[in-house]
Design a protein around this ligand. Structure first.
Ligand SMILES: Nc1ncnc2c1ncn2[C@@H]1O[C@H](COP(=O)(O)OP(=O)(O)OP(=O)(O)O)[C@@H](O)[C@H]1O
Length: 260
């Protein structure tokens, strides 16, 4: 997989250590444009660490994160928007004091010349930019079925709708890579089905990397799946292949036995 020429994001033999613990052990993966790549594994497998390495929160001890064919040496989370990378976090990270629409406009801001945030801070701004931002943000809300909530505050909405807003905000930046960190956490079975449809609808657009504990969601929507266990890739490939891999079954069975 790591040789895929169309990979936008690539991890090459990434190793992360925390004191004595190897959280990621020579992990490689490639996420191509237009496809949904799932990263799955039992508790403590290293999924969050992998997400944090891509976001620039955690530096690998060795190995490389490559973006559009070049190594990302010292990127930080605040560089992501400029690089064309958007993420949704386990916590929603929405601004409670802004409306739903304003939250999404903040996400779309990378394309505005003067910036919606500086507008909020009363710096000079171009009305045309703001109108374009507003239009793009409304279009994302509409695609995600929450345009009717544009004027409300996030806290007034059910959790599933807030997740849609968070996704709309990430997509408003028109990223080339969308990183989703455990998006199914806290959702009901029905909401997870809706989420699966939303993620499936992104196919053909940006590269999507879905870091997720929820096996059924990952198997249902991903084009390729990487399975981690104790920081190592124990299986990688199409969902059907990975699901039936004895090493994967053992890892998840082990988790059940451990009572996780
Ligand atoms: N900052 C840290 N310092 C020390 N150990 C850490 C740190 N972050 C993670 N770890 C350890 O690294 C290993 C991988 O953790 P990580 O959170 O990446 O797993 P995960 O697959 O996301 O698990 P979960 O599904 O429970 O969220 C675990 O053993 C964890 O305890």
């Amino acid at each position: 997989m790591s040789d895929s020429p169309s990979a936008l994001l690539e991890l090459r033999e990434v190793t992360v250590r925390f004191d004595g613990l190897v959280a990621l052990d020579t992990v490689s993966l490639a996420a191509p444009r237009g496809r949904v790549t799932g990263v799955i594994g039992p508790n403590g497998a290293g999924k969050t660490t992998l997400f944090n390495v891509v976001c620039g929160f955690v530096r690998p001890r060795s190995g490389e994160v490559r973006w559009r064919g070049r190594a990302l040496a010292r990127h930080r989370p605040h560089d992501l928007a400029r690089l064309g990378i958007a993420r949704t976090l386990q916590g929603l990270g929405l601004f409670p004091g802004l409306t739903v629409l304003e939250n999404v406009m903040v996400g779309a801001d990378r394309h505005a010349r003067t910036g919606f945030l500086s507008g909020l801070l009363a710096a000079p701004r171009a009305d045309r930019d703001e109108a374009a931002l507003r239009e793009r943000a409304m279009a994302r809300l509409d695609e995600l079925g929450v345009a009717g909530e544009a004027a409300r505050r996030p806290g007034e909405l059910p959790y599933g709708a807030q997740k849609r807003v968070a996704l709309a905000r990430a997509l408003a930046a028109e990223p080339d890579l969308l990183l989703l960190d455990e998006p199914a956490a806290g959702l009901s079975v029905g909401e997870i089905e809706e989420l699966a449809a939303l993620i499936g609808g992104l196919r053909g657009g940006p590269a999507v990397v879905l870091v997720e504990h929820h096996m059924d969601l990952v198997m249902g929507v991903c084009d390729q799946v990487v399975v981690l266990d104790f920081g190592r890739v124990i299986a990688a490939g199409a969902p059907g292949e990975v699901r039936d891999d004895p090493a994967v079954l053992t890892a998840y069975l082990g988790e059940e036995v451990r009572g996780a």
